[in-house]
Design a protein around this ligand. Structure first.
Ligand code: ATP
Ligand code: MG
Length: 355
């Protein structure tokens, strides 16, 4: 529906149907050129106003769309938030379960660690036991003093089962003292000595005597009984353990044969050479088939040929499984050996040479 309006100053009336339409101007009269221009301007004003109106409508429409979009956006954000909160709640619910799982894992770890530790201990014990078995002699921090003077100081030493080892060193270094400690005829001032796994420092006297039967000792000065024959000197080692006479006879002859004195059994020690006396001492030491043979300067005063014979004898005893510990400062023995040598100096291990 068109509307009209009268403009008295311009002498015209304008009509328009709706916003945005071109205004229809009708005039009853135009007095002059300026009136005509005023009317034209007014026409353009209406034209522009229509455009403004259109723009306003567009803005309104955009505003509505914006509101709508914002609502959608807000709704979506709301949804996302809700989902996030649900997630959080679920996680929160899981926390105790997770906490329990962590505690369980920690407990498992603790149990595993304990088991591992126990296994380690067992392994160490097994290893210790194996070392004990394979070491015929173990000496821990052994010291031996005679009054104020120290013959041995903080000695640590191991000799494997079946090993052949020399103890060397200058006079007074402690070689004899060490052998006497191993034989149990001296007690260390401090430290521990284990022979075949038995602790000498804790053993009772009766047991020590039994153990000694398994250790042969060849003394530096032979310790033969000059009033008894070679046979009697050797047999004595079996008589003290009350062996049967038939066994004593058999074993004594075997031992004398082994040291090359089979034909001298009736002789007395003083009728023998130094080397022969030494061999009687060796026969007496090996007659019990000892686990360990300790020999103190066994070739001390013997010539090189007899020294070599005695060394061959020791080697054959060793090959039968006896562990040999020989104290010597004989260069003859030491320079021609392929055995381990432990050098003592002033009661301590100075150095060792291994083959
Ligand atoms: N029963 C004892 N009483 C006092 N001192 C002793 C005794 N036995 C050994 N000693 C001392 O202990 C030290 C080591 O002596 P040991 O007899 O063990 O030496 P060694 O190495 O065997 O010497 P050698 O090569 O002369 O036989 C020496 O100083 C010695 O005087
Ligand atoms: Mg000595």
């Amino acid at each position: 529906m068109a509307k009209s309006r009268y403009y008295p100053q311009a002498g015209l009336s304008a009509s328009y149907s709706r916003a945005g339409d071109d205004p229809f101007v009708s005039g009853s009269r135009f007095h002059d050129e300026s009136s005509w221009q005023a009317m034209a301007s007014l026409t353009w004003i209406f034209w522009d106003w229509g455009k403004v109106k259109n723009s306003v409508n567009e803005v309104e429409s955009l505003k509505k769309q914006l509101i709508k979009s914002r609502k959608i956006l807000e709704d979506n954000i709301g949804l996302d938030l809700k989902a996030a909160i649900l997630n959080l709640e679920a996680t929160e619910k899981n926390i105790p379960t997770t906490k329990k799982a962590i505690e369980q894992a920690m407990e498992n770890l603790r149990v595993s660690r304990e088991r591992y530790k126990a296994q380690m201990t067992t392994s160490t014990e097994v290893l210790d036991a194996q070392t004990l078995l394979s070491n015929m002699i173990k000496i821990y921090q052994v010291s031996k003093s005679f009054g104020a003077s120290a013959a041995l100081q903080d000695l640590d030493l191991k000799v494997r089962e079946g090993e052949f080892v020399f103890i060397a060193g200058p006079s007074g270094a402690g070689k004899t003292t060490l052998l006497r400690l191993l034989f149990g005829s001296e007690q260390p001032t401090s430290g521990q000595i284990l022979i075949n796994g038995i602790n000498l420092t804790r053993i009772k006297r009766a047991k020590l005597d039994l153990l000694r039967r398994k250790i042969g000792f060849v003394f530096q000065d032979f310790k033969l009984i000059n009033t008894q024959t070679v046979f009697q000197n050797v047999a004595l080692a079996l008589e003290v353990i009350q062996e049967r006479p038939s066994i004593i006879r058999k074993k004594t002859r075997q031992a004398l044969k082994a040291v090359g004195l089979g034909k001298r059994e009736k002789a007395f020690p003083l009728q023998l050479s130094g080397g022969e006396q030494q061999r009687v001492a060796i026969a007496r030491a090996i007659i019990n088939e000892p686990l360990i043979l300790l020999a103190d300067e066994p070739t001390g005063n013997l010539d090189p040929k007899i020294t070599r014979d005695i060394m061959v004898l020791f080697r054959s005893i060793n090959l039968k499984g006896t562990t040999l510990v020989i104290a010597t400062h004989s260069q003859e023995l030491l320079s021609n050996t392929d055995h381990r040598i432990i050098f003592l100096k002033q009661g301590r291990v100075d150095y060792e040479t291994t083959p």
